[in-house]
Ligand binder design. Structure first.
Ligand code: NDP
Length: 238
């Protein structure tokens, strides 16, 4: 896809959606480094240790990744995310702060660090993995939905700041994807969700990866500040 391998960093790239994204971009010819707290390297991919809730760890992970690939990161996929679901009345400050710190502030830390190299390169792509619930809302996920909605304002503000420097910032909003995160749902919860999805099924992580690959690729150079749903129609109208 690319003329020469582009350095890519995928946070949370060791499993689930992040791993599918990392594999899709590597298949397209990019030089992909995955980052996670464990630092584990999936077969055939390079990895760095990174806790996105810690600024020093993010900075060190980018430096390590840049050393591996021999230059600045050109494509950032901010995918690392967690949930800590409970109803509003029962949600503690810690439940709220922890999810925001990983999902939203973590993406901010990565975007800020990535922007340095992208400005120097005079090109770059940032892709933030949000969720259908960021705009649709979800009972029991006040913290998670707030963090995912925040990514939209962030990508659009980055677009306004850096759009003139050949840097795009977009959001992918997956619906229900078959990963460890959704395997935590009960059979009844799963069935109830599937009933609401016009496509009538959960998606594979590779279907999210295809959208990310498009936004990272040459055909998406004029797309920025967009929210691309990959949700089988679940979030339509939001
Ligand atoms: P998984 O739970 O399978 O994977 C989460 C990933 O995030 C892991 O690689 C994990 O790595 C990493 N991670 C978590 N916390 C941190 C941290 N502090 N620092 C660095 N890495 C971290 O999730 P999915 O693949 O399902 O989800 C990926 C993204 O897609 C998330 O942002 C999620 O919110 C979003 N999403 C998922 C949907 C779904 O249906 N599955 C739907 C919509 C959005 P490690 O634990 O090793 O650090």
């Amino acid at each position: 896809m690319s003329d020469s391998p582009r350095p890519v960093l995928v946070t949370g790239g060791n499993r689930g959606i992040g791993l599918a994204v990392a594999r899709a971009l590597a298949e397209g010819g990019d030089r992909v480094v995955v980052a996670s707290r464990s630092g584990e390297a999936p077969d055939g991919l390079e990895a760095v240790q990174c806790d996105v809730s810690d600024t020093a760890s993010v900075d060190a992970a980018f430096t390590a990744a840049e050393q591996l690939v021999g230059g600045p990161i050109e494509v950032l996929v901010a995918n690392a995310g967690i949930t800590s679901d409970t109803l509003l009345l029962r949600m503690s400050d810690e439940d709220f702060a922890t999810v925001l710190d990983t999902n939203l502030t973590g993406a901010f830390r990565c975007a800020r660090r990535a922007s340095k190299g992208m400005i120097r390169l005079k090109r770059g792509r940032m892709i933030f993995i949000s969720s259908v619930v960021g705009l649709l809302g979800s009972a029991g996920q006040v913290n998670y939905a707030a963090s995912k909605a925040g990514l939209v304002g962030m990508a659009r503000s980055i677009t306004r700041e850096l759009g003139g420097r050949n840097i795009t910032a977009n959001v992918v909003a997956p619906g229900f994807i078959d990963t460890e995160m959704t395997q935590a749902l009960s059979e009844d919860q799963r069935a109830a969700y599937v009933k609401q999805i016009p496509a009538g099924r959960l998606a594979e992580a590779s279907e999210v990866a295809a959208a990310v690959r498009f936004l990272a690729g040459p055909d998406a150079a004029y797309i920025s500040g967009a929210v691309l749903p990959v949700d089988g129609g679940l979030g339509m109208g939001h």
